[in-house]
Design a protein around this ligand. Structure first.
Ligand SMILES: Cc1cc2nc3c(=O)[nH]c(=O)nc-3n(C[C@H](O)[C@H](O)[C@H](O)COP(=O)(O)OP(=O)(O)OC[C@H]3O[C@@H](n4cnc5c(N)ncnc54)[C@H](O)[C@@H]3O)c2cc1C
Length: 449
């Protein structure tokens, strides 16, 4: 029996792929609310895939080599390149399999390209939420006779045979009792350590005081269990931040508000960066702005695109997206300093006319049309991208670089492909590492059965 710990997108994909290969799977999940609370459910649910049937049907000519080039451009080539290649190479097959074999109603997203994307790589569920994605995967997993789901059960340790292969897991139940369960192979899909303050202080101190926006059980427990049996860790300072979490509602505001022409302005009325550099690296920049907040400001055409995202509609319907019929009125009501706001608007107008942006931004879109909109946003730590060192089959490597037999990791539990810090994170790396490594782990440990 294969044991998968963690039922986010990584664990669910690993469980389904292993079951498809004929394995019996025990899926352990500590959180009875995982279908809404895990990181995958909190996400926007954008899944990267290159060369999918959906892309071909939409006239998008994409190739895994182009996706890999985007990943490596964003992280400066700083990652385990064989892992990145394996993920990109299999990304199209993964999306096709989710649609064909498991009926997930994914579509390719062609409204806009995410920062750093040279093509329309993203696929999403109809409402573009991670919750819809996770619930879709849960429904399929629950209906699969080879998969036994055990909720309220936490993996707290691993056991090995005399030759060092992982062959059992130590579990703890909600009532505090514990047990050991034998396993033919283990996949750690327990996400990272964003919810564990001592590790965030040690590895990502610059985000210690930022809002943490990830799942409550991302406490590094899977990583810790593997370290205890000799696993190596890498890229522990890597993380995904996000620049546009609604400061009033705590809901993520789709970055389409920036990528289709919007700007970020701090509480004084100044722009402070090239907003299209990437929302991950801008999260930390946001924490250094006055009061730690900014306003995403955009026009009606951007608003129309953003309304296609469920999360944005929720923020809008909760009254946090404000509509304005005068930009001057917007500035004075939001408390911007008049001269700074005028400068910002002058700069914006010139850039929309094709002038050089002092911050280096190149894609402004056309001149804004009224009405205009604002939403107050803050930077947040979404999840960590460092973790257990894995090879191209998602097998965990020991500190000396040799594979630990029987032990695999995916998603936030594994070292990702996002370089160091926040800037190497390409939008979509998170779910690609979760679902992609889960897929590769399952295929490897079942021997492609
Ligand atoms: C707001 C937001 C938006 C995002 N948008 C995107 C996006 O659009 N595209 C993208 O690619 N990435 C996105 N990401 C990143 C993405 O969500 C994560 O990279 C991905 O979900 C990680 O998946 P996972 O399966 O590793 O972890 P999770 O989905 O968090 O699943 C881990 C599960 O393991 C359980 N668990 C933890 N410890 C244990 C244990 N010891 N025993 C048993 N169970 C345990 C947890 O309860 C949880 O259910 C976003 C993240 C956030 C927060």
């Amino acid at each position: 029996m294969v044991i998968v710990a963690g039922a986010g997108s990584g664990g669910l994909v690993a469980a389904l792929a292993a079951a498809d290969q004929g394995a019996d799977v025990l899926l352990l999940e500590v959180d009875k609310q995982a279908h809404v609370a895990c990181n995958s459910a909190r996400s926007t649910g954008m899944v990267m895939g290159a060369g999918t049937y959906l892309q071909k049907a939409a006239g998008v000519d994409d190739a895994w080599q182009d996706l890999l080039a985007d990943v490596l451009r964003k992280n400066g080539g700083d990652c385990a390149q064989d892992v990145a290649e394996a993920l990109c190479r299999n990304s199209g097959a993964l999306v096709d399999w989710l649609v064909d074999a498991h009926g997930l109603p994914l579509t390719v997203v062609t409204d806009f390209r995410y920062p750093g994307h040279s093509n329309y790589h993203m696929h999403a569920m109809p409402n573009r939420t991670g919750r819809e994605l996770v619930e879709g995967l849960w429904n399929v997993a629950r209906g699969n006779s080879r998969i036994t789901v055990a909720e309220g059960v936490k993996l707290v340790g691993l056991g090995c045979s005399p030759d060092g292969a992982v062959n059992r897991v130590h579990v703890r139940y909600l009532d505090g009792s514990d047990d050991w369960v034998d396993a033919d192979g283990v996949v750690l899909a327990t996400n990272g350590f964003g919810g564990r303050r001592d590790w965030v202080r040690e590895y990502i101190p610059q985000m210690l005081e930022a809002l943490y926006f990830g799942g409550p059980y991302s406490d590094g427990s899977g990583i810790e269990a593997a370290i205890e049996v000799g696993a190596g860790i890498s890229y522990m300072d890597a993380y995904q931040g996000h620049a546009t979490v609604s400061a009033d509602t705590g809901i993520l505001v789709s970055y389409s508000v920036v990528m289709t022409g919007g700007i970020l302005v701090n509480a004084r009325g100044d722009r402070f960066d090239d907003e299209t550099r990437g929302y991950s690296e801008l999260a930390e920049v946001m924490t250094r702005q006055p009061q730690g907040v900014a306003f995403a400001i955009f026009d009606h055409s951007t608003y129309t695109v953003a309304r296609r995202f469920n999360d944005f509609r929720e923020v809008d319907e909760m009254g946090s997206v404000r509509v304005w019929h005068s930009l001057a009125g917007m500035g004075s009501t939001l408390g911007f300093e008049a001269e700074r706001w005028e400068n910002t608007l002058r700069m914006l107008h010139e850039c929309q006319q094709g002038h050089q942006d002092p911050f280096g931004r190149s894609n402004y879109g056309p001149e804004w049309q009224p009405p205009w909109y604002s939403v107050k946003v803050q930077g947040a730590l979404l999840h960590t991208q460092g973790g257990l060192t894995v090879n191209r089959s998602a097998q965990v490597l020991s500190v000396d670089g040799t594979p630990i037999h029987g032990l695999y990791a995916c998603g936030g539990a594994a070292a990702g492909i996002s370089g160091q810090g926040a800037a190497g994170y390409l939008s979509g790396n998170g779910l690609l590492s979760a679902m992609g490594l889960g897929y590769l782990a399952a295929r490897s440990l079942t021997g492609g059965r």
